[in-house]
Design a protein around this ligand. Structure first.
Ligand SMILES: *Cc1c(COP(=O)(O)O)cnc(C)c1O
Length: 354
């Protein structure tokens, strides 16, 4: 840190992304990316868009907005596209939290929430998950602040049913509730259907996980026209062209190629359930994940030990090192082949320990 950095950032600890090793030798099961490439149709639209890169993009992303509004059954003024859903979440912390309106989120959840609270200099309240890592929505009722819930939660993968989400939103009429649906396509039911009924609900989704576009950086936030207008105030005050032209076109492709998307999600879900069975046989304990990852604990190894031993074998998983979850690793559900390699590596490691 230089001696010139502003005092306001002196205590800031940034979010630590999962490793992205450059040697490409690893089986990467540490950042919840899709094992499938973008669809051929998506790539074609992207290439076409590249011819216009000398121009600024349409800051309203009209085509993408039109396609998404159709897809999600909402109006065009009820959605905003962002540079990854991280940007949407940051906008929400900026727009809807302040000294009198703290951010409220669980102790074990997406690590970025705490960082967003800090960079926006807003207070936050952390509410512990239950002993089994579940969220009790009653813990989020009768508080004053903006509630952030990832559903399914990360890194636990535990999913709250739509009726619980509705209860939470209905009981928080004076607060905004932000539901981060980064993993909703892997077996959950989205709360988008509730936005016409509740003007205090915001939903973020990403193209990074289920839609194979982590590298393109595309996210979206859905809510009442009033809330979206507030978020646009932040967007137009920071970066009007927050999504590149090629990424916006990729988004159109990813939304229209329904068949490709559904097939990939189904395969991930099947692979996930199969991996649960195999890990059970190997003496693992895990939460009932409805995401594209498992949050698992071995009876033979601590979390860090397992992470390091798997890395030696060329398999990257995510270890968080936070006290409450130090026995766990988060394992992305990759392709069938990657998953088989993971299981083989775990079996080897167990053999070596004996
Ligand atoms: C991956 C992830 C995001 C955001 O991802 P982007 O790539 O920025 O869209 C948001 N929330 C959770 C819980 C995530 O895991």
């Amino acid at each position: 840190m230089s001696r010139f950095i502003s005092d306001k950032f002196k205590d800031l600890t940034p979010y630590v992304p999962g490793e992205q090793p450059k040697d490409l030798l690893y089986i990467k099961l540490n950042t919840n990316e899709s094992p499938f490439p973008p669809s051929p149709y998506t790539l074609r639209l992207m290439r076409q868009a590249a011819g216009n890169l000398s121009l600024y993009p349409d800051p309203e992303y009209t085509s993408l907005t039109f396609v998404a509004a159709e897809k999600f059954g909402i109006d065009e003024d009820e959605i905003l596209f962002t540079n990854g859903s991280d940007e949407a979440l940051n906008f929400a912390f900026a727009a809807f939290c302040d000294q009198n309106t703290p951010a409220i989120f669980p102790d074990i959840t997406y690590g970025f929430y705490e960082v967003f609270a800090k960079i926006n200099r807003v207070p936050y309240e952390v509410i512990p998950l239950k002993a089994d890592f579940s969220i009790d929505i009653n813990d989020y009722i009768n508080r004053k602040g903006t509630v952030f819930i990832a559903n399914p939660n990360a890194p636990t993968g535990i999913y709250l049913s739509l009726d619980k989400i509705e209860k939470l939103v209905a009981a928080n009429a004076k607060n905004i509730v932000v539901i981060d649906e980064a993993y909703i396509d892997f077996g959950g039911e989205s709360a988008v259907s509730l936005i016409k009924k509740y003007d205090n609900l915001l939903i973020t989704q990403t193209f990074s996980k289920s839609r194979s576009l982590a590298g393109a950086r595309l996210g979206m936030v859905i809510g009442s026209a009033e809330l979206i207008k507030d978020l646009k105030l932040i967007k137009y005050s920071t970066n009007p062209y927050n999504v590149s032209m090629t990424t916006a076109s990729a988004g159109v492709g990813a939304l229209l190629d329904t068949e490709y998307f559904e097939k990939n999600c189904e395969e991930i879900i099947a692979t996930r359930e199969n991996l649960k069975e195999q890990l059970k046989t190997l003496g693992f304990d895990f939460t009932d994940s409805k995401a594209n990852f498992l949050f698992a604990k071995s009876s033979a190894f601590g979390g860090e030990e397992l992470y390091l031993k798997l890395k030696e074998k060329g398999v990257l998983v995510r270890y968080f090192g936070k006290e409450r979850i130090k026995d766990y690793v988060r394992i992305t559900v990759g392709s069938k082949e990657e998953t088989a390699a993971l299981v083989a590596a775990i079996s080897e490691i167990m053999g070596e320990k004996k």
